[in-house]
Design a protein around this ligand. Structure first.
Ligand code: GDP
Length: 526
């Protein structure tokens, strides 16, 4: 039996290809949780943030969410922590890292567009960690793809078994509501964008005459046929398979119209996993371990331009975190305590006295933390599952203001510690190469270097488009490889050699030429 405080926690992320409805769904969850009172609050909040800092101005101008934040609320006796992820694809790595800090995800799919590029990428990251996934098929008020076709497409493209838990009655202009297979309820569609409304009709089963008060006979007939087919094809929900990440329950609805959300949320809190044990390099860390442990998965800079402090987001993995208690910073081998740790309940930050596994606390940081850092009560632990991924764009840093060389170096060092992009050092000449997923990150770096560090640089684009971390059981062979390929080798922040390449073909050729070398697509290869 887990401690009730751990048991009641559900920490997850809502993820989607941009525009599928992630922000809208997040907002509706907060609305049901009473964390906000009116729809629009999440977006309004975003706008406020952008007024308070120059950095956020970029976000406002481009209408994207650069930051990842945390929103906690209580719902039906559970403590829900939603970790928000940036929608823009250039910030995908930020999203991947946030996924290391959640216990499950809700994946939003647009019923008109079906599975999109980011949907597939996000799913593959979930699969790396066997993260349990619930799928929400959104925008059923639009004329989209047929539900059965959508399910086939999702199963094929995302390579996961599905089990529908609700079924739509009509679609687009004929959309009447959803039937909750999980709870045997009929939910009728009232388009209501701002309030939580109850429009649930309880029925015993689909033969219940009460249905005819709300639906036409033909609609009831179609619903019966289709749910029978669903039962036959997909069967009952196997919760243990869901928890292993092998099977995804599916819900239909319309986030903007507040429809199908409650069914999703109610089932979510019933079946979504509470915090679980985590793998560290040294051992498995049990969630009910007496001793506290946690890791940093996100560093947020300059929330308030008047203070240069950063905020490190710490996911608690075991034990209990307490304010003003000394904890051990594993990488820096030193003790630290936190006088003002923050909690993010009800979409506002406030001082937190104690926090439990599954919770995320914000720690003011003046430069002590790096992504992946671990805090414990004295044990040396390194949590797994927070790797760097191969960037897609590589650019060499050219200093544009020799009088500010120190500031530039510090800026590049700190921004890459924050995980904005990755830094590789190349020889000869200790050249600094920044690798990122998209162009936008270089713009952000340039902007921040200028505004926060007073440094100026130019980025010279290199031909590389992939990186592979290289290892070998034979140390000599690795040394030889690194020497031979020196012009394409960068060293990452941990001092690991990384082979940079223009394309997959070149990687394959090199693999063939050097059979004793192993090539890894992420920095986690131990
Ligand atoms: P995100 O980029 O995934 O966060 O997507 P948003 O939540 O910002 O939504 C993208 C657009 O889709 C916005 O214009 C929303 O108003 C719209 N949208 C969200 N949910 C629905 C829905 O259920 N039906 C329709 N028709 N539009 C929706």
């Amino acid at each position: 039996m887990l401690h009730p405080e751990i048991e009641k926690r559900k920490t997850f992320a809502i993820i989607s290809h941009p525009d599928a409805g992630k922000t809208t769904l997040t907002e509706k969850f907060l609305l049901f949780g009473g964390a906000i009172n009116t729809a629009g609050a999440v977006k309004r909040n975003k706008a406020n943030q952008s007024n308070t800092s120059d950095f956020m101005e970029i976000e406002r101008q481009r209408g994207i969410s650069v930051a990842t934040s945390v929103m906690g609320f209580e719902y039906n006796g559970k403590r829900i922590n939603i970790l928000d992820t940036p929608g823009h694809k250039d910030f995908a790595e930020d999203t991947y890292r946030t996924l290391s800090a959640v216990d499950s995800v809700v994946l939003v799919v647009d019923c008109v567009k079906g599975v999109e590029e980011q949907t597939e990428k996000l799913m593959s990251v979930c699969r790396m960690r066997n993260t349990p996934v619930i799928i929400f098929i959104n925008k059923m008020d639009r004329e989209g793809k047929e539900p059965f076709d959508l399910l086939d497409e999702i199963e094929q493209k995302l390579n996961i078994s599905l089990c529908p838990q609700s079924w739509p009655i009509g679609q687009g202009h004929t959309f009447k509501g959803v039937y909750s297979i999980y709870h045997n309820q009929l939910n009728l569609f009232h388009s209501d964008k701002t309030k939580v409304t109850d429009s649930v009709v309880k029925v015993n089963d689909l033969n219940d005459d009460a249905l005819l008060d709300y639906l036409q006979e033909k609609e009831v007939g179609t619903l019966k046929d289709e749910t029978e087919l669903v039962n036959g094809v997909y069967g009952d929900l196997d919760i243990s398979m869901y928890k292993e990440g092998l099977l995804a329950p599916v819900f239909f609805g319309s986030a903007i119209n507040n429809f199908g959300i409650k069914e999703l949320l109610d089932t979510f809190i019933e079946i979504a996993p509470s915090p679980r044990h985590r793998e560290a390099e040294e051992r498995d860390v049990m969630v009910d371990d007496k001793n506290f442990s946690g890791f940093v998965f996100k560093i947020h800079a300059n929330l308030d331009p008047k203070h240069r402090d950063r905020i490190a987001f710490l996911r608690i993995c075991s034990g209990k975190f307490e304010r003003n208690k000394f904890y051990y910073h594993t990488r820096q081998d030193k003790k630290m305590k936190f006088a003002n740790p923050m909690d993010f309940m009800a979409n506002e930050k406030s001082l937190v006295e104690e926090a439990w596994p599954g919770d995320v606390v914000g720690l003011y940081d003046s430069g002590n933390f790096k992504i992946g850092d671990t805090l414990t009560e004295g044990e040396k632990l390194h949590f797994k599952g927070i790797p760097s991924f191969s960037p897609a764009i590589f650019k060499e840093v050219e200093n544009m203001d020799p009088m500010r060389t120190k500031q530039l170096e510090k800026g590049i060092e700190q921004l890459t510690d924050e995980g904005v992009a990755q830094l590789f050092v190349m020889q000869p000449g200790n050249r600094k190469v920044v690798g990122a997923v998209g162009e936008l990150q270089f713009e952000v770096i340039n902007f921040r270097l200028e505004h926060e560090y007073g440094a100026k640089c130019r980025f010279r684009t290199l031909t590389y488009s992939r990186s592979r971390w290289v290892t070998s059981d034979d140390k000599k062979k690795l040394e030889e490889f690194v020497k031979r390929k020196q012009q394409h080798i960068g060293t990452d922040k941990e001092g690991n050699p990384v082979y940079l390449s223009d394309n997959d073909f070149m990687i394959e050729m090199t693999k063939r030429d050097y059979p004793d070398i192993e090539f890894h697509t992420t920095s986690e290869f131990k």
